[in-house]
Structures are given as C-alpha cells and as structure tokens.
Design a protein around this ligand. Sequence first.
Ligand SMILES: Nc1ncnc2c1ncn2[C@@H]1O[C@H](COP(=O)(O)OP(=O)(O)O)[C@@H](O)[C@H]1O
Ligand SMILES: [Mg+2]
Length: 293
Amino acid sequence: MKVLLLYGKSQSNNSLELVETAKRLGHEVATGSILDVSSEVSSTKSRFWLKRNEITDTEVCFVRSFGPGTCEQLTRRISLIEHMEVAGIRVVNPCYPFRRARDKYATQYILSRAGLPVALTYTTESMENAYQRSTEMGVSVYKPILSSMGKGSLRFDSPDIAYNAWKMLSRLGQPLIVQEYLSNPGRDIRVFVVGGQVIGSAYKYGAPGQWKTNVAQGGRMVDEPVPDDILELGVKATMAIGLDYAGVDIIESDRGPVILEVNGSPGWQALREATGVDVANKIVKHVTSGGKA
Ligand SMILES: Nc1ncnc2c1ncn2[C@@H]1O[C@H](COP(=O)(O)OP(=O)(O)O)[C@@H](O)[C@H]1O
Ligand SMILES: [Mg+2]
C-alpha cells in the first residue's frame, strides 16, 4: 500500500518505527512534516503534495501530530487532515477523534457521555472562577488544554499558590482546566489499545516525591498483571473517542478506576522495554489489513 506518515516539527522514534515497520512489511512509505503538506481543491478533485512531491494517491496516512503553530495554522492543518479523509485517504488516527484526544477538555466530555469514569474537571477563562472552584476542591490540579508527558500540569495544595497560577495563566491567554486531585497508590496504569484490543499494559510508578507517573517525569513502567476491568475500561475509552490506537491512562482512585487521558499519539518506547510488545508492528498490521477505528 502507499503509506504516508506525517509528524509535527520533527520525527520521533515512534514515528520512525512506524515508517521502518511499514517498509519492512512491503509498503511504499513517504514521510515528512505536516507543515510541508499543501493541498488543492477543484470542482472535480482534491490533490495533495509533500513539499513538491504529489501524494494524492496515498492510501493510508498516519498522523502523529498537528505540529506547533498559530491558531490559524492549526485550523488549516486540522482541515487538511479532514480534507484527506474526505478525499478517501484512510487517516490514522482519524482526524476528529485525534483532535479530541489532543484536547484534555474534549476528552472528558466524550468519555463522560459514554458513561465512563472521569475526574471532576472544571474549564473556564475566568481566574476568579478557577480560584473559587480549586479552593472548593481542596487539592486541585491544573492541566494545560494541550499537553503531554506530564509537562506543565501543576498540583495545588495551597489556594494562594493556585490563585497566583490562575492569574498568570489567564494573563497568558491560557484556558484554565481545574481538576480534582485523586488520591492514589502512587501509581497509575497505561493500557495500550490497537483495533479495539489490548495489546499491552503496565503500571507506571512515579519517582519519589513526584505526583506524576509519566516516564518523561522520572516515572517507571513495570510489567505487572492489570485487572481485566481496567483493561476493559481502556478499550471502552479508546472506542468512545473513536481511535484506531491509543495509550489510555487510568488511575486507581478511592472511588474506583478513573480515566485520566486517552492519548491518540502515544509513545511506546517505555512500554516496549517493559513488556517486549512490538507496538509499531501491531498498529501497521491493524491498519493495512483493513481494520477500522
Ligand atoms: N487528577 C489527578 N489526580 C492525581 N494524579 C493525576 C491527576 N491528573 C494527572 N495525574 C498524574 O499526572 C500524570 C499526567 O497526567 P495526564 O492526564 O496523563 O497528562 P499527560 O498528557 O501530561 O500525561 C498522570 O499519569 C498521573 O500520574
Ligand atoms: Mg498521561
């Protein structure tokens, strides 16, 4: 098949693995930055180029990132990916599910609508409202609307620190996502789903003194058996968002398992090291054998 892989500003190890795996499986693969894709619409057809090379006959397009940019550039890139879908290219992960998974606010209401457990999450642009809500929550968490690898999330034990953070963030034009802090056993769970099946899972333990378990924040992934109900929650969350593959983070709170995020462009280096699962192979095979989200 003719496969295209689009990354954001630069190619990660995960993207490279998808490219190498697709080549090894006999596919014709092009790769580049989403910033370098141009498109054309006429009354009869759509055309696409990566730099100057026409890629209109692409059959499968892996999108790993919308890339950095202005609101207008991101609007263009999201439309570009939707345009590819409209033109008949199989996009993985699909455009709107991918957008929703990128957005920590949208993820919450889609999961909630599907009847899945989420943390109480308040979203506002008003620092006064954020302050009131975080004070009511006691210990609260701020999450950037677009973030990953634990970068930028803050935990507030003191309303005064929270107040100053809300003030600064709102002056910087950031939406304010205020989430209840969930007591937990110092770990959470990553469930990796491809084509509606769990292909791997692991516990993530935070570094000493660190409330986030992300490997990028010093956390460790450990291959320990995860209960079936938690694995099932990972599958349901992935299906609710509509993703072909996802890394779902689930935390064991006092009131049972709660889904923290559904990552539509998950990394798998740490998971592969912990479990030995060849994630790229599973993703490419799922998609090129006609599997649907
Ligand atoms: N509401 C919360 N209560 C307790 N811990 C949390 C909460 N939200 C996030 N965390 C911790 O922070 C980590 C990162 O949060 P997550 O929502 O997965 O965002 P990211 O995209 O940055 O990984 C989680 O794996 C978990 O360890
Ligand atoms: Mg996470």
